[in-house]
Design a protein around this ligand. Structure first.
Ligand SMILES: Nc1nc2c(c(CN[C@H]3C=C[C@H](O)[C@@H]3O)cn2[C@@H]2O[C@H](COP(=O)(O)O)[C@@H](O)[C@H]2O)c(=O)[nH]1
Length: 306
């Protein structure tokens, strides 16, 4: 994703709230000796998988809703992934394009067995409708057809999703420049590749072009590792659990500097140790490290993108 790489690198160059510390990257790369701990996709054992098109539909619905769990302390990505998995096991047509267009907030809650309104519930419902409608209009109702149109290219897949589904258009304007992050579109490509183990629907020859997925966990882990440094004002906002507005310089710098830092880490692993690693692999390692820590303090932004 050249536009993600180049626009986030630009942010890292001019950022004032977040700094990428190269000595921190060198230290981490030295410590791991280029052998990033291998984390299996679905290490949690929570995702639906049947090796066919229904898995693709499941992953697309999952990534359409894969954002902003933190406002409800008990909610998490795991609850969403396993709730949607159970829903599909009970009813194989639950994610048919016509059904996706009709869900209401209470029905979505019931499907996930969640006892109270979900964070940003109206947006979640709107995005489900958007996915159902556009899948039906342009892709015969099936996310697998969308994947088939991309000639096994992750870059084409992310581009096609961003073109057709406004909810996946994760970009912002920062100091007058357009910055691309495409977190949920890229994670869908990575989820396909991970779930299908690079075969069938998961065969993506250019998976190496995908960057990390700029969410609220990875920046916090990079900070803990000494790779990101925050200004005193930003650090105290995060420590006080105060919200950071979507589209603010602080928010864009947190996300963009995370993408850039991991690209630098990947380059260093290649030049110093001679190993080629994927950003997707680095992401899963960093993310899984973050979610294991109950008290990890992360930035709080109400966003539909991550
Ligand atoms: N960078 C990155 N961010 C990721 C994921 C995933 C899940 N990926 C699946 C793919 C294979 C694995 O087996 C995983 O199950 C979710 N998130 C983000 O985390 C946040 C959720 O946090 P909490 O509220 O604590 O559950 C939220 O922003 C969510 O969008 C990832 O892989 N990378």
């Amino acid at each position: 994703m050249e536009e993600v790489r180049s626009s986030t690198a630009w942010v890292a160059r001019v950022a004032t709230h977040v700094i990428v510390d190269y000595s921190g990257i060198e230290k981490v790369v030295g410590n791991i000796q280029g052998s990033i701990p291998k984390v299996e996709w679905d290490f949690e054992g929570i995702h639906y998988f049947d090796n066919g098109p229904l898995t693709v539909q499941y992953l697309f619905v999952l990534d359409a809703l894969n954002f902003c769990f933190w406002p409800d302390k008990e909610l998490s990505y795991d609850k969403l992934a396993s709730g949607l998995n159970d829903a599909l096991l009970n009813d194989k047509s639950a994610f048919d394009a016509d059904r996706l267009q009709k869900y209401t907030g209470p029905q979505l809650r019931e499907m996930l067995k969640w006892p109270r309104p979900l964070p940003l519930e109206d947006e979640r419902v709107r995005l489900l409708h958007e996915v159902g409608l556009e899948l039906e209009r342009s892709f015969g109702g099936k996310a697998s057809n969308l994947v088939d149109l991309c000639g096994k290219s992750a870059v084409k897949l992310v581009t096609l999703i961003a073109r057709h589904f406004p909810g996946f258009q994760d970009h912002s304007v920062y100091k007058g420049h357009q910055i691309f992050l495409y977190k949920r579109a890229q994670i869908f490509a990575a989820d396909l590749w991970g779930a299908f183990k690079g075969q069938g629907y998961g065969e993506l020859y250019d998976i190496g072009a995908v960057t990390i997925f700029a969410d609220y966990i990875v920046p916090a882990v990079l900070r803990q590792l000494g790779i990101l440094k925050y200004s005193a004002a930003l650090a105290s906002t995060i420590e006080a659990n105060n919200e950071i507005g979507p589209g603010t310089e602080e928010e864009i710098e947190l996300r963009a500097c995370s993408v850039y830092a991991v690209e630098k880490m990947r380059e260093l692993i290649s030049s110093k140790i001679g190993k080629q690693v994927l950003s997707v692999e680095l992401d899963l390692w960093l993310w899984s490290r973050g979610i294991q820590q109950l008290s990890l303090q992360h930035h709080r932004t109400l966003s539909i993108y991550y």
